[in-house]
Design a protein around this ligand. Sequence first.
Ligand code: SF4
Ligand code: SF4
Ligand code: F3S
Length: 364
Amino acid sequence: MSDETISESFRNRGMSRRAFLKFCAATASVLALSPVEAAEMTRRLAQAPRPSVIYLSYQECTGCLESLTRSFSPGIGQLLFNDISLDFNDTLQAAAGEAAEAARETAMRNAWGKYILVVDGSVPTKDGGVYCTAAGKSAHADIQYAASGAQAVIAMGTCASFGGLPFAQPNPTGAVPVSEIVRDRPVINVSGCPPIAEVITGVIMYYVAFGTPALDRLGRPVNFYGNTIHDRCYRRPFYDRGLFAHSFDDKGAREGWCLYELGCKGPTTYNSCATMKWNGGTSYPIESGHGCLGCSEPNFWDHGGFYRPLSTPTGHWSAGEVLGGAAVAGAAVGLGVAALARSRQNKKGDHKADHKPTDKDDKG
Ligand code: SF4
Ligand code: SF4
Ligand code: F3S
């Protein structure tokens, strides 16, 4: 770990102060900071040492890391090699086997108490944690050791944040989220399957500048998880008017109507997809014609059908999902409002808003 600050690293690479300011502005934009907060972030990042990051992976599919390597602003190359010091990641590094284990131990000891620990994947606890071991050490023991030397712990992705796919019924390995193991310090949950790349980099840079961000009741930064997909969805006007697609190839789908009746979980899902989008702001699932699966919420695999329209929550929901339950109720109210609007329009003789796509529509 070096003592070089982020602004010094720009200077030492022959880059101008203007380039540093541009980087700060891009980061502040991702975080949707006010001008005052953006100026403060720039001031702090100018003085902040490049943080050491130790990145560990347990029960995961590498999708979270794949997402991170597709960050555009700041780009992953800039983030990993210039703005932070990624001191260990077993997928991106060249070393393997004993050399990798030794590199990891050295990196952690050199930055003990100062590094940011990023974890993707859940942690198995059944049968002594044998279902995820490396170098003879279980993930359970490994994360306890790694977290004890970290100044902050970021759980990257829904597997690390809430258990994710390994946690899905019947959860054969006894998988648990990072926060169930690390209990002596806050765990910042950056959920999503995977999370948006710019959300990951934004959370890291926010932590470097300001420390732990404000978190919601599920431990997620409110900068990125403060609104539902539904709150910001560009198809929302169709929802409010009661215009829904009923199949993926009917007229409603082609016209870009709301995907609620095709199972969209946007009303109960807190994430930034509708505003930040994916792949450098290109699109997000709903813009590509598919409903939101709710991938940044707990237990999204077990919520009873990706293509079944939302209904009131059942007893299967956990305490943390009360938030989602409230949103379901909100969605129900929204549908009621939409139905009322349709009824009023019908009384006026305007049947357009009540139009249900038919086979005839499909033909023309
Ligand atoms: Fe893979 Fe999704 Fe788990 Fe990330 S959250 S490791 S993308 S299954
Ligand atoms: Fe968008 Fe889904 Fe809400 Fe419809 S239900 S407005 S598609 S988020
Ligand atoms: Fe996931 Fe829904 Fe975004 S499925 S990627 S939270 S639109």
